[in-house]
Design a protein around this ligand. Structure first.
Ligand code: SF4
Length: 450
C-alpha cells in the first residue's frame, strides 16, 4: 500500500478546516479509546491495531509507546497503513465526507497529552437490537463471547486523576451508558475534577430516571441519541425490548435539554434492510428540527447489512437515495450541510459497494494469502530492518499455519466461507489482527463474522 498521492490529499484538504491540514488525521495525536477488554486504540476504526492493553500497562506508557508512535509516523507520511484501512479507502475513493478522521479535525489538540478519551468499557445494556453484537449488549448471548467485561475500572479511576486537567472531551458508549454504575462513577469524577470537560454519551434513551436527569444538570453533557426509525412498528422491531412511545417522550426531554444550553442533539442511525427506505425522511426531519445526523455503516449481521445485498439490490437503493436526495430541501446552515454531506457520503459507499461487487472478488488460496502477507511486510514495513522483517514474517507464517491446522481439524466445513471472508479484508487488517490477537480471539472473531 503506497502513500496517498498529492493531488488526492489536496482535494481532501480543500474539504477540511484550514488549521487542520498538516496531518491527514489527528486521532493518534489527541485521542485514546478504551474497550471492554482493556484494549486501547486511537479511534473506533482501528480496533485491530491495538496500541496496548490498559489492564497491564499505564495510560501514559501506551500514549508514549512504540505502537502509537508508529501510527503517528504512518499518518505524518500520508500512508495510513496501521489499521487505517477504511479512512485510506474513503480518501482514495474521494468520498471525503465518509472519512472517520474528519471527526478529529474539530477536536481540541494539545501537544503531549490526550485531550479526548473514548470509553466503551462495558457491554451492559437493556436492549437486544437486531443488528447489535454481544460485545455491545450483554442481552445478546453468544457462545463465542462470554466474558467481555474485563476492563480494570479501579485502575482507570486512579489513572484518570492525572489526565483530568488535560482532557477537553470524553465520549461514553456501550452498552447503554445510563444503566452502567461504573460510568456514573467516572462522570462524578470528571465533573468534580473539571466541570468544563465535555461528556458525550451515546444512549438509546429508553431510561432517563431522576438520577440521570440530576446528573445531566451538573455537567457539560451532550447526548447522542440512537434511533433508527420514527415508525413505532419498525422501531420496536429493530430495538428489541424498547418502548417507542417512551423513547419519543425522552427524546423531547433531550431536545429541550440541548436547546436550553444552545446546543444541537446528535442522532445516530443504523441503516439496515428493515429501515433503509426511511433514511431520507429522517434526514429531512433532522434538518427541519436542527438535529445533527450520524449515519453508521452496519456490516453485521450479514443478513441485515445493506452492504451484503446483491448488486441489483444495491443499485436500487442507490437510485432511490439519489432521487430522494434531490427532494431534500437544502440551505447553507451548518446542520443541513453536515447532514446532507453525511447522507451523500453514505450513498457513495453504497455505490462503491456495488461497483466492488460487480468485479468478481477472487477467493484467495492459503498460498496466495501467505504471499500477499510476505509482499506487504517486505515492501510496506519500511521502518523495519531486513532482520526484523524476517523475524516478523516467521512469526506470522507460524501463526497462519497454526490457524489453518485448527480450522482444518475442528471446522473443516467452514474453510470455504472463511477463505471468502478473509479474501475481502485488506491485508493490513489481517496483519494487525494477527499481531494483536491471540489464536483463540482470531478464530472466535472470524467464526462470528462468517
Ligand atoms: S486515519 Fe482513520 S482509522 Fe486511522 S487513526 Fe485516523 S480516524 Fe482512525
Amino acid at each position: 500500500m503506497s502513500e496517498i498521492d498529492n493531488q488526492t490529499v489536496k482535494l481532501y484538504n480543500k474539504t477540511r478546516k484550514l488549521f487542520r491540514r498538516k496531518y491527514l488525521c489527528y486521532a493518534p495525536f489527541l485521542s485514546l479509546r478504551f474497550n471492554q477488554e482493556g484494549f486501547v486504540s486511537p479511534c473506533c476504526h482501528t480496533y485491530n491495531y491495538r496500541l496496548g492493553d490498559f489492564n497491564s500497562e499505564t495510560i501514559l506508557d501506551i500514549w508514549n509507546g512504540r505502537k502509537i508512535n508508529d501510527l503517528r509516523a504512518s499518518i505524518i507520511n500520508r500512508k495510513l497503513n496501521f489499521g487505517c484501512v477504511d479512512c485510506k479507502a474513503q480518501i482514495a475513493n474521494k468520498n471525503f465526507y465518509a472519512v472517520e478522521a474528519r471527526k478529529y479535525d474539530i477536536l481540541p489538540y494539545i501537544p503531549k497529552y490526550p485531550a479526548f478519551f473514548e470509553i466503551q468499557t462495558s457491554n451492559r445494556c437493556n436492549l437486544a437490537c437486531i443488528m447489535c453484537k454481544p460485545q455491545n449488549s450483554n442481552q445478546i448471548t453468544s457462545e463465542l463471547y462470554k466474558n467481555v467485561n474485563t476492563f480494570n475500572n479501579e485502575k482507570f479511576l486512579n489513572e484518570l486523576n492525572f489526565f483530568i486537567p488535560h482532557l477537553k472531551l470524553t465520549h461514553f458508549c456501550g452498552g447503554e451508558p445510563f444503566i452502567e454504575e461504573k460510568y456514573f462513577e467516572m462522570w462524578q469524577k470528571l465533573i468534580k475534577g473539571n466541570s468544563k470537560i465535555r461528556i458525550d454519551i451515546t444512549s438509546n434513551i429508553t431510561i432517563l430516571n431522576d438520577k440521570t436527569k440530576k446528573l445531566l444538570e451538573k455537567g457539560n453533557f451532550n447526548i447522542n441519541v440512537s434511533i433508527d426509525s420514527f415508525k413505532k412498528d419498525t422501531f420496536e422491531k429493530i430495538r428489541r425490548n424498547a418502548d417507542f412511545d417512551k423513547v419519543m417522550t425522552n427524546f423531547k426531554y433531550i431536545q429541550d435539554y440541548h436547546k436550553k444550553r444552545g446546543k444541537s442533539v446528535n442522532l445516530n442511525i443504523c441503516p439496515i434492510t428493515e429501515n433503509w427506505e426511511e433514511i431520507p425522511a429522517i434526514i429531512d426531519f433532522c434538518n427541519k428540527n436542527e438535529i445533527l445526523v450520524k449515519i453508521n455503516n452496519v456490516t453485521h449481521p450479514s443478513h441485515l447489512s445493506l452492504f451484503n445485498l446483491s448488486v441489483d439490490e444495491l443499485k436500487n437503493i442507490y437510485s432511490f437515495y439519489a432521487i430522494a436526495l434531490d427532494n431534500i430541501k437544502y440551505n447553507k446552515a451548518y446542520i443541513v450541510r453536515n447532514n446532507i454531506n453525511n447522507f451523500k457520503a453514505f450513498i457513495e459507499r453504497i455505490k462503491n459497494q456495488y461497483e466492488k461487487k460487480s468485479v468478481k472478488n477472487e477467493v484467495l488460496s492459503k498460498e496466495q494469502l501467505i504471499n500477499n502477507i510476505k509482499v506487504f511486510i517486505l515492501s510496506e514495513m519500511k521502518s523495519l530492518t531486513a532482520l526484523e522483517k524476517g523475524e516478523l514474517l516467521q512469526k506470522y507464517l507460524l501463526k497462519i499455519e497454526t490457524f489453518f491446522k485448527i480450522i482444518e481439524t475442528k471446522y473443516p466445513e467452514k474453510i470455504k466461507p472463511i477463505m471468502a471472508y478473509i479474501s475481502g479484508i485488506d491485508i493490513a487488517e489481517i496483519i494487525f489482527s494477527a499481531e494483536s490477537k491471540n489464536m483463540d480471539e482470531i478464530i472466535k472473531d472470524i467464526l462470528f463474522e462468517i
